[in-house]
Write a protein that binds this ligand. Structure first.
Ligand code: ITT
Length: 195
């Protein structure tokens, strides 16, 4: 089996993380590398649905195997929100800072800061579909801390750590994160498939 795969994402931060997680195991390329420019559709109401829609879009357009990741921040006190709507929590086209500010406002004076990141990876391999999930539990801080990472990383402290994902070095995030868990399952599956 080839060890080159297309990761159907337009998020360069995700791509960099997956390069690091996959290093030495698989060569990961992105839609632009095979000539796709522009948005990937994600119009579903679940992480599974969106991951599958992005993977199918590239797989059908180019007739290739590929995988996609959809990720959400699920906050206990907000009944799992923003979840699948994490990217546009503060509204369509708003920045990560806007999303974080809305989150901190919603949680103002709320003692329950429990939250988790959940990543669902959808893989299309020889016309079959497979899913892999990764979850990291943690807490939402009161203020933004750190410059590393992206998205909600400055306000998320994974359990067993004192630092946010944006304060931790990338090597640590990429060992313990939701994305690392889901990708390790994907790469394990790919290594053992058709053995
Ligand atoms: P693609 O669909 O092109 O892969 P995206 O940025 O739209 O990229 P998602 O829909 O999966 O990706 O992301 C949902 C939101 O969650 C978005 O606001 C991200 O910034 C945020 N997010 C995803 N992974 C994250 C991580 O590891 N740390 C912090 N925030 C993250």
């Amino acid at each position: 089996m080839t060890n080159e795969f297309v990761f159907a994402t337009n998020n360069t931060n995700k791509l960099k993380e997956v390069w690091e997680i996959a290093s030495g195991k698989f060569k990961i390329i992105c839609p632009a590398d095979i000539g796709h420019e522009g948005e990937l559709p994600e119009e579903q109401t679940t992480l599974e649905g969106n991951a599958l829609q992005k993977a199918r879009f590239i797989s059908e357009k180019f007739g290739i195997n590929c995988f996609a990741d959809d990720t959400g921040l699920e906050v206990e006190a907000l009944n799992g929100e923003p979840g699948v709507y994490s990217a546009r929590y503060a509204g369509e086209g708003r920045s990560a800072k806007d999303n974080i500010n809305k989150l901190l406002l919603e949680l103002k004076d709320c003692p329950n800061r429990n939250a988790r990141f959940r990543t669902v990876v959808a893989l299309i391999l020889d016309d079959k579909e497979y899913f892999f999930e990764g979850i990291v539990e943690g807490k939402i801080t009161e203020t933004l801390r750190g410059e590393n990472g992206f998205g909600y990383d400055p306000v998320f402290v994974p359990n067993s750590f004192d630092e946010t994902f944006a304060e931790l070095p990338a090597e640590i995030k990429n060992k313990i994160s939701h994305r690392a868990m889901a990708m390790e399952k994907l790469f394990y599956f790919l290594r053992h498939h058709q053995e």
